[in-house]
Design a protein around this ligand. Structure first.
Ligand SMILES: [Fe+2]
Length: 180
């Protein structure tokens, strides 16, 4: 049955093309995150094993949503490793690095997916399609935020502490909780 959702065929195809690249990037990042969930080791094992799990579960949901948006636009969604590898800008992980290097690689991968999403948002056809634009904006937010959170784990200490010092003597005098 012919599709008639108010978007020209050429525009639907152009938008689907952008979404295919985002799908491939997201799938590659999903696999990388799960790979690190399985193989992370060191003193941060528990934290990172759990954090990577939360991240790959979120990515699995995104993969599904992006693929189904492609279908809603009347195109077929790719779903093989060969095509994903061809389309994805995310570098594949083959080795098992130390935890800190895993985090750095994940930051780079999230930044890569953010750039793919931003490129799509700025392209004419996807930017004119509200539903796709909404999906792309949400994905951009997730990848930028996750990159920031991962970056914060490996950030250097600031040279000068900026937090307001707590006057312990004053709290002792008044009997209040210094952390309250
Ligand atoms: Fe697991």
């Amino acid at each position: 049955m012919k599709i008639d959702i108010g978007i020209l065929e050429a525009d639907r195809k152009q938008t689907a093309g952008h979404l295919e690249r985002l799908l491939a990037d997201t799938y590659a990042l999903y696999l990388k995150t799960q790979f690190y969930h399985w193989n992370v080791y060191g003193p941060l094992f528990n934290t990172l094993h759990t954090m990577f799990e939360q991240q790959y579960i979120e990515l699995a949901g995104a993969v599904d949503e992006i693929a189904e948006r492609i279908r809603s636009l009347g195109e077929y969604a790719p779903g093989t490793f060969g095509v994903f590898r061809e389309l994805s800008a995310v570098e594949e992980s083959v080795d098992v690095p130390r935890a800190e290097e895993m985090i750095r690689r994940l930051v780079r991968a999230h930044e890569t997916v953010a750039r793919t999403a931003r490129e799509a948002i700025e392209a004419p056809a996807p930017s004119a399609d509200e539903a796709t634009r909404d999906l792309l904006t949400r994905r951009l937010q997730v990848h930028e935020k996750t990159a920031w959170m991962l970056r914060s784990i490996v950030a250097e200490e600031p040279a000068v502490a900026r937090a307001r010092p707590v006057d312990l003597a004053a709290h002792r005098r008044t009997g209040t909780d210094p952390l309250g």
